[in-house]
Design a protein around this ligand. Structure first.
Ligand code: NAP
Length: 436
């Protein structure tokens, strides 16, 4: 019998559990830990609330979760409630699948001003992550600045631009819907420090901007390279750039004053965030490309802004007793191997890149490695050992069946047309699970 502990119940965690089941069938017991009482990590708290079809992948994870040999152990923070050395003592292998839930910092003056956020907190706010539910962003100014040219920047711009009607069928949480309902944001400026050929935005996500009820995406034609140069791009990027070209053909007459404009400002690196009580302006420096890198030209200008959201990538949370690669923002690892019996997978291994599906081969690859290393298992205590420790420490963990009660209550609480109304505090989740 092999005893496997997976820390993190997002895509990387569940694909790894699925791979462990395929590899060992009834000869494995997998415990999936999560610091929240609810599973699915990024699917619940990161994927945009209006992308319900993407969230549907959690049904696949549910199939894994409901097998006897896999169990969910929620509301347990590894590194605080139970240490990594303790887990390693109890299980043949500990696999960290904790994702990358923390914001990378811009490292600019003024970054700590009120109403300047990183995407982890802003996305966490509208997705109802308990840590960020109280963020209370002010949307009282006409202009929002988004930094970064990746898909998260697009998610944030789209949520800010959408009408209440368009958000209706999403699982955006009530507090965010209420704030967005009275939002005064009519101009969204997306700053890209490099150019249209260097974006990290995928075609489907970029194309969505063209179909919003009241949004008008705009690109300055002067920022676009010669169209002939698109031929050298990868097909996906070429398609994305095609969307930017279409946006560049939008004239003033196509953008009535009641529309929200989404302006792509390329070759634009933020330098300083300015304000007293809260952010008022972003100072931006024009850049040019040198060997693919953005280099400042010295020319600066200000964009007045009431809110700034930096969507510049994420990093993994540190865990005591696990070596961390600060430059990469992930655990220090060699192809997933950290130390004997300790591995990482997904964003915690490779950094925040790729799609949700990228985690599937990642999970299978890590189990192949683990299989070579742990053989038939070393007779560790596994589940019963953990349960004894939990009892001794008074850890009242949340099981998958408890989550199903939370799930049912969230579905029952949904406003009309929405899939669910999430609980945004751990206390309310625990209450709904009947654990209090
Ligand atoms: P990302 O794709 O890595 O994009 C980060 C962006 O921030 C890049 O344009 C980068 O520019 C820019 N940037 C980084 N540091 C900066 C700085 N100091 N100043 C200005 N700009 C800076 O990250 P992400 O958007 O957070 O997405 C993370 C992952 O999740 C990606 O794999 C993404 O595709 C995925 N995702 C997918 C979906 C979807 O499929 N619907 C939705 C959301 C996220 P440079 O290129 O110049 O470094």
């Amino acid at each position: 019998m092999r005893h496997v502990a997976i820390v993190g119940s997002g895509p990387a965690g569940y694909y790894t559990a699925e791979a462990a089941l395929k590899q060992w069938g009834d000869d494995v017991r997998v415990d999936i830990f999560d610091c929240l009482p609810v599973p699915f990590g990024l699917i619940r708290s990161g994927v945009a609330p209006d992308h319900q079809s993407i969230k549907g992948v959690s049904r696949r994870y549910e199939a894994t979760a409901l097998t006897e040999n896999v169990r969910f152990v929620g509301n347990v923070l590894i590194g605080r409630d139970v240490s990594i050395p303790e887990l390693r003592e109890l299980y043949d292998v500990v696999i960290l699948a904790t994702g990358a839930p923390n914001d990378r910092k811009l490292g600019l003056p003024g970054e700590d001003l009120p109403n300047v956020f990183g995407s982890a907190s802003f996305v966490g706010w509208y997705n109802g992550h308990p840590e960020f539910a109280g963020l209370d962003p002010a949307l009282s100014h006409d202009t929002a600045v988004i930094v970064g040219n990746g898909n998260v920047a697009l998610d944030v711009a789209r949520i800010l631009a959408k009408s209440q009607n368009e958000l209706h069928g999403s699982d955006i949480v009530a507090h965010a819907l209420t704030t967005l309902n009275v939002s005064r944001v009519r101009r969204i400026v997306i700053l890209g420090r490099r150019g249209p050929h260097q974006i990290a935005m995928t075609p489907k996500e970029l194309g969505e901007l063209a179909h919003l009820e009241r949004a008008c995406p705009r690109v300055d034609p002067a920022d676009l390279p010669d169209e002939a140069e698109d031929a050298a791009l990868d097909p996906g990027l070429r398609k994305s750039v095609g969307h930017l070209r279409a946006f560049s053909r939008t004239g003033d007459a196509d953008c009535p004053s009641d529309q929200v404009t989404i302006e792509f400002d390329f070759f634009a690196a933020p330098k300083r965030i300015i304000g007293t009580e809260r952010v008022e302006d972003v100072e931006v420096e024009r850049t040019r490309l040198e060997n693919g890198k953005a280099v400042g030209t010295g020319e600066t200008y200000r964009v007045p802004a009431g809110i700034v959201i930096a969507c510049i990538g994420y990093q993994t949370s540190k865990i005591p007793d696990v070596p961390f690669d600060a430059a990469g923002g992930r655990f220090a690892n060699e192809d997933g191997w950290i130390a004997p019996g300790l591995y990482c997978v997904g964003w915690a291994r490779r950094g925040p890149t790729g799609t949700i599906g990228t985690n599937r081969p990642d999970g299978y690859a890590i189990i192949e490695k683990v299989a070579r290393d742990i053989g038939e298992g070393a007779g560790k205590a596994g589940r019963p050992g953990f349960d004894a420790l939990a009892e001794q420490r008074g850890i009242n963990y949340v099981k998958f069946t408890d989550w199903q009660k939370i799930d049912e209550a969230e579905v029952a609480n949904a406003r009309k047309g929405a899939p669910r109304e999430k609980f945004v505090s751990v206390e309310r989740m625990i209450e709904a699970a009947g654990k209090r």
